[in-house]
Write a protein that binds this ligand. Sequence first.
Ligand SMILES: CC(C)(COP(=O)(O)OP(=O)(O)OC[C@H]1O[C@@H](n2cnc3c(N)ncnc32)[C@H](O)[C@@H]1OP(=O)(O)O)[C@@H](O)C(=O)NCCC(=O)NCCS
Length: 142
Amino acid sequence: MALKIIDHGSKEYRQMVKLRDDILRKPLGLGFTEEELQEEKDNMLIAAFEDDDILGCCMLVEESPEVIRLRQMAVLNDLQGKGIGRALMTFAENLARDRGYKILSMHARKNVTGFYEKMGYKVVGNEFIEVTIPHYVMQKKL
Ligand SMILES: CC(C)(COP(=O)(O)OP(=O)(O)OC[C@H]1O[C@@H](n2cnc3c(N)ncnc32)[C@H](O)[C@@H]1OP(=O)(O)O)[C@@H](O)C(=O)NCCC(=O)NCCS
C-alpha cells in the first residue's frame, strides 16, 4: 500500500471523489456539488493506493495557523478494520506536524468516535447534526 498526496482535478482525485461518494454520501442519500468540490482546491488531499486502486482517503484543511481540520476520512467497505484508517491518520498527522500545525481537529461521526479515540482524540463540546447524522468535534495535540 502506498500513501500519497494527490492533486485536485487529477485521475486520482476523481477516484477519491467516487470513494467518498460511495462510502460517505450515497448511504445518506446525499452527493457532492461542483461548488463543494471546487472549494477543496487548496486542501491537502491524501489517499491510500494499491497499484492503481484507491483503498481509502482523507483530507486536511487549515482552520487557523495553529489548527488543521481532518475531513472526509473513508476506507472501502470491504477493507475496513485492516489498519488502513490508522495508516491514513498517521500520515495526515505527520504531514500536519511537518507543516507546523499544533492541533488536529475534526467533525467525527458519532458511530466512529471509537476509532478516533484509539488514535488519541478526545471529544470537545456537544453533539451536533451534520449531513443529517450526529457528530462530535474531536481534537488532539500534535
Ligand atoms: C472509520 C474508518 C475510516 C476507520 O478505518 P479502518 O481502516 O476501518 O480502521 P483501522 O482498521 O485502521 O482501525 C484502527 C483501530 O480502530 C478500531 N476501529 C475502527 N473502526 C472503529 C469504530 N467504528 N469504532 C471503534 N473502533 C474502531 C479498530 O478496531 C482498530 O483498533 P486496534 O488497533 O485496537 O485493532 C472506516 O471504518 C470507514 O471508512 N468507515 C466508514 C466511513 C466513516 O464513517 N468515516 C469517518 C467519517 S468521520
